[in-house]
Design a protein around this ligand. Sequence first.
Ligand SMILES: Nc1ncnc2c1ncn2[C@@H]1O[C@H](COP(=O)(O)OP(=O)(O)OP(=O)(O)O)[C@@H](O)[C@H]1O
Length: 332
Amino acid sequence: MIELREVSKVYRQEGREVAALQGVSLRVAPGEVFGVLGQSGAGKSTLIRCVNLLERPTSGEVRVEGRDMLALEPHELRQARQGIGMIFQHFNLFSSQTVAGNVAYPLEVAGWPRPRIQERVAELLQLVGLSDRAHAYPAQLSGGQKQRVGIARALAPRPKILLSDEATSALDPETTRSVLGLLRDINRQLGLTILLITHQMDVVKDICDSVAVLERGRLVEQGKVIDLVTRPGSRLHELFYAPFASRDWPVHPGRRLVELTFVGEKASQPVLTTMARRFEVDANLMEGSLDRVAGAPVGRLLFELTGEPEAVKQAMAFLREQGLTLEERAHV
Ligand SMILES: Nc1ncnc2c1ncn2[C@@H]1O[C@H](COP(=O)(O)OP(=O)(O)OP(=O)(O)O)[C@@H](O)[C@H]1O
């Protein structure tokens, strides 16, 4: 488990102060994939580096697996870091070492005996699908393969936690999907807790269970991804559906433009048909989308509802009773 309590970080440079983090508190449960989403400069790198103390907070508390990280002696901190793997945007591989050499490196530092290292490296390369590239050098690999080596190296000492610092930002969309798939598999197979930072909504959507939104050093929201995405008014919902919401829909006088969000297999179309029949209203579909969020189908429909005011009111109440989230976007 990772816990940050009221963590602040101020950088001092040439007499200038930058408050990179301000009173950040978050809790990452064991075994979950937790994403921190934010724009460039929001403080994401600072936050993730405060977990393994590559960066020391100016104030606040950092607890990993119950240990107060800021109270550890240097040798205790080195030991604690064995339990926290990290992967990076630009992979940070040793270019003069082979794939096997890169993966073996943390085990050599930790003093593992040679035969055990060889065994572990073979196991890890198999896990990340690179058994046939053990003797290749990083320059001979694609970006996706390099990140797989980075993942194998991070997992070598059997950490319980993996920190991912924009691990897919330098990859194309397809490679991103395959690396995220690998991270998800590892999370499930090994019960690994993953804390990742990203500026990409798709990363949050594809693999995160929980998310925190970081803006100018402050957390503005955190919770389960599925709950926040389907909650109109949340920051995540706004970011997720930004292209949709920005459209200027023509709404005819006296009509209502309604946004409906649904999770799981709740089929919205039969519900709309039933509603239209039962209450003598018309639902004129304007746009819809179906996404997978944290593995679950999430749908969103935008439609114009017309009919007698009382019938429209009852129809909307009916939709809410079906467990669908309704938001009125306009009422002219
Ligand atoms: N070593 C440093 N010295 C001074 N200021 C720093 C240092 N590192 C980061 N900052 C500043 O702290 C703020 C947060 O930076 P940080 O790198 O944590 O953000 P980020 O969200 O990771 O951004 P990016 O995605 O661009 O890396 C920025 O204003 C940045 O300029």
